[in-house]
Design a protein around this ligand. Structure first.
Ligand SMILES: Nc1ncnc2c1ncn2[C@@H]1O[C@H](COP(=O)(O)OP(=O)(O)OP(=O)(O)O)[C@@H](O)[C@H]1O
Ligand SMILES: [Mg+2]
Length: 415
């Protein structure tokens, strides 16, 4: 309910009626009185009137005519007409054309008038509240629409910006791919061209040793040994780099698979490492559950050699020097699979290491213990080659000491 009083305009050509009305209601309402419709029109223009009460019988302009005019110009007012019971025609006109709220029979009764005005004020209040609500709602809707438009524009601008950046990125990516492929071609050429001179050096060292007539001095033997080791490191690097190129898919390479004896290849591979292990004082153990049984996989001798060449050289590379630690290589049957386990007592693998294991060019926390070379390629090749043979490779978890790698191959079957 609003706190200030409602404004009532009372129009009557009889002055005494105006006085009585004013005296009766001025305490509860702001009463405006007019002696004629013309005066009433003036007052409507100068004051914001809520309720109009008019006598029907007036000279010049009747009450019904005045209300009809008010309805057009001040539709939000509440209109009441005062008329005699017999004046039905005026009542019908007022109802039909002036949209009146009530008609009151003359002479009006104070209590009835009081009640009617109270109800009319409530209706007016409701109407005003309603209008305010509608206006608020309209404003909220408009502000929301504006926000939606602003946000949509912003999103569109962002979208455009993203599209621009993505296009620029695509172009950069394309450029990078071109540079990368050019770089790969150069590496391939260099690596390929290094292969022959290194192999020739290997051969020449053997010739030099064979044709030498006088015994070598202790130092010469040591130097020759170092040369051999470095040449063999270099040749493994070259093979790994070439493997990477092949395995990257630049060259389509399908390996022929055939019945291959793991139990023959592995001991031979270990034998080729024994001298290096002895020199670093690392003990190399081979264990095969059932020595008399040959273990076959559907594989490829060259691949298998390269897989274990990497794992066994790693085990030695990351084991402590001159410490009598152990490396175990075990063959185990596991259902229809064959597992080869390579276990060392070296620096082991951290949780972070395991996340990056088998990725290309990853040198992890363990570092070579005797100046060996490390390019971080071996394990990625191990993984690709193993998978090409239909197998799987992983590092065991919860290792108390050192690292354990397991390579699993499907067992060879005649079918
Ligand atoms: N047996 C192991 N014990 C501890 N860490 C290992 C072992 N094997 C590999 N790692 C860690 O994983 C990394 C990657 O091994 P990977 O064989 O791929 O490369 P590399 O031995 O460093 O170099 P490359 O084999 O190319 O000569 C190594 O640098 C080492 O940090
Ligand atoms: Mg390695």
């Amino acid at each position: 309910m609003r706190s200030e009083k409602y404004n009532i305009l009372y129009v009557d050509d009889e002055k005494s009626n105006l006085n009585v009305f004013n005296a009766t209601f001025r305490r509860d309402y702001n009463v405006f009185t007019a002696n004629s419709a013309a005066e009433g029109i003036e007052l409507l223009a100068s004051s914001k009137i809520d309720i109009i009460i008019t006598d029907q019988r007036m000279p010049k302009m009747t009450g019904a005519e005045f209300l009809k005019w008010s309805k057009v110009h001040y539709p939000e007012t509440i209109r009441i007409i005062l008329t005699g019971f017999s004046d039905t025609e005026a009542i019908i006109t007022a109802i039909n054309e002036c949209d009146i709220y009530r008609y009151i029979a003359k002479p009006w009764d104070g209590d009835e008038m009081k009640l009617t005005l109270k109800k009319a004020s409530e209706v007016q209040q409701l109407r005003q509240d309603n209008q305010k609500l509608i206006a608020d709602l309209k404003e909220a809707k408009e502000s929301l629409e504006q926000k939606v438009i602003a946000r949509t524009t912003e999103v569109m601008e962002q979208k455009e910006e993203i599209e621009k950046k993505s296009k620029a990125l695509e172009e950069q990516n394309y450029l990078l791919q071109e540079i990368d492929s050019e770089k790969n071609n150069i590496i391939s050429m260099i690596v390929h061209d290094l292969q022959s001179p290194i192999n020739r050096i290997k051969g020449l060292i053997e010739l030099f040793t064979m044709e030498n007539r006088t015994p070598f001095s202790e130092n010469q033997i040591l130097y020759l040994d170092l040369i051999r080791r470095n040449i063999s490191d270099a040749s493994r690097h070259i093979r790994n780099l070439l493997d990477t190129k092949v395995l990257e898919g630049n060259i389509d390479y399908q390996v022929p698979l055939k019945k291959t004896s793991l139990s023959k290849i592995l001991p031979m591979m270990l034998d080729s490492y024994r001298e290096q292990y002895m020199k670093k004082k690392v003990n190399l153990h081979y264990h095969h559950e059932n020595n008399s049984e040959e273990i076959y996989v559907n594989g490829n001798e060259d691949y298998i050699n390269r897989i274990f060449d990497n794992l066994i050289s790693n085990a030695l590379k990351f084991s402590p020097k001159d410490n009598n630690s152990n490396v175990f290589v075990k063959i185990k049957k596991n259902g229809t699979n064959i597992n080869v386990i390579v276990q060392d007592e070296g620096q082991g693998l951290t949780g972070d290491d395991k996340k990056n294991l088998f990725k290309k060019f990853q040198k992890l926390s363990a570092v070579p213990t005797n100046g060996e070379s490390s390019s971080g390629l071996g394990l990625s090749i191990v993984k690709t080659l193993t998978e090409k043979l239909g197998g799987n490779v992983w590092a065991e978890d919860n290792q108390a000491k050192g690292a354990t790698f397991v390579v699993e191959f499907p067992q060879y079957t005649d079918a």
